[in-house]
Design a binder for this molecule. Structure first.
Ligand SMILES: [Mg+2]
Length: 383
């Protein structure tokens, strides 16, 4: 049966190009890179049909509650929660879908197009990595960095004290704030160079860091690698640190993964001397051409070389986007996609932010859950 297409709440918001701000207030020592939100996306471009043989996700979505023509209340999927979660949150659902019809259409369309048309774009901090680590806020790829020079660590901390309040201040106009964020990133990068950051300091910082991938990330990467589906990890952090986290925490490389982030240049002695290309900060993730990507496996020494040429990646017109801030939706701005499923991890301030997240993302994972829901989703997209 052909279903009449209607715009989802997320499409409405995105097509209006609204900007929102959600404060990110947790500190973990050192600089915090806290996304403020900036997005303006295209709506879906054509009506879609429901699959004649609904996949597991669709069956679950449509078996829970009657379909609503204008859903306004996020709909919990009601999966079981991991045992590690608190007793109070264990009664809550761990994922929410505001518009099951819209998600079902996207799943069906992506599934029908096949894995050759699909790519995954993922934020790193708080998305691939856990928000909580041993009961405390986990560290970000920037926040974990210790230069091995207390004076410069303190200077970066002072920058955080100055710029972070600006970053989370919703009253500062976006353009002005973007300029200040660029200033912050520039000064921070300058201190890293001036303070003589070394590759060894990065290795030690990662080894000492409170950072961990979500359970199920390896399973997700393996699933996607087996189907030659590229994964673009897009971060306003530091590519060299993210690669070191991959190296130390996963102990393996994936030929389908590329990192788009701020990339360092080291001299022969292993000291930082420059950064490559334009700075990616929290407010311009959407502006950056994807040609900053460099395969993770290159720096990990994988001899098997290349994945798809990047022009081929651009031809993959179906996107699964993973993020933990609404601003992460901008990561797919450079792509002329046909269908995009946005999956959001709402790690904190759930009551306050769920409404916005469930409008912006097709599916919202709550309470810092594992990546297994996404594994299940990609299994439905690529059966
Ligand atoms: Mg993040």
């Amino acid at each position: 049966m052909r279903r009449r297409w209607r715009r989802s709440a997320a499409d409405d918001i995105l097509s209006q190009g609204k900007q929102t701000q959600t404060p990110y207030s947790k500190r973990e020592g050192g600089i915090r890179l806290a996304p403020a939100h900036h997005f303006g996306m295209r709506p879906m471009t054509s009506p879609l049909l429901l699959s004649p043989s609904p996949c597991r996700l669709l069956r679950r979505l449509f078996s829970r509650a009657p379909r609503r023509r204008n859903p306004t209340t996020p709909r919990p999927l009601g999966r079981r929660l991991p045992a590690s979660m608190s007793s109070s949150s264990a009664r809550a659902p761990d994922s929410v879908v505001a518009d099951a019809d819209a998600l079902a259409r996207k799943v069906a369309a992506i599934r029908a197009a096949g894995p050759a048309k699909l790519q995954v774009i993922a934020d790193f901090d708080g998305t691939l990595t856990r928000y909580w680590y041993d009961g405390s806020r986990g560290q970000s790829s920037h926040g974990l960095l210790r230069q091995g020079n207390e004076e410069f660590d303190a200077k970066r901390e002072a920058l955080f004290e100055h710029y972070h309040p600006i970053e989370i201040n919703p009253d500062i106009p976006l353009l002005e704030k973007a300029k200040l964020m660029e200033e912050w990133w520039g000064k921070t990068h300058g201190l890293l160079i001036e303070g003589g950051l070394t590759q060894n300091a990065i290795k030690k910082s990662v080894a000492d860091a409170a950072i961990a991938f979500r359970d199920g990330v390896v399973e997700l990467f393996e699933f996607l690698e087996a189907r030659d589906i590229p994964v673009l990890v897009f971060s306003a952090g530091l590519a060299d640190i993210i690669e070191e986290v991959f190296r130390q925490k996963l102990h393996r490389s994936f030929k389908n993964i590329k990192i788009v982030s701020n990339r360092m240049v080291f001299n022969e002695e292993g000291s930082l001397v420059a950064f490559k290309g334009k700075t990616i900060h929290v407010l311009n993730k959407n502006e950056h051409s994807l040609d900053m990507a460099a395969p993770v496996h290159d720096s990990l020494g994988d001899p098997n070389g290349s994945i798809d040429d990047y022009s081929l990646v651009k031809k993959r017109t179906n996107v699964l986007l993973l993020g933990d801030h609404i601003g992460d939706l901008g990561m797919s701005d450079g792509l002329n996609y046909e269908n995009r499923i946005a999956a959001g991890f709402l790690n904190t301030n759930i009551e306050k932010s769920l409404k916005d997240y469930s409008k912006a993302f097709d599916i919202v994972y709550l309470n810092d859950v594992s990546m297994r829901g996404v594994v299940e989703l990609v299994s439905d997209l690529c059966p």
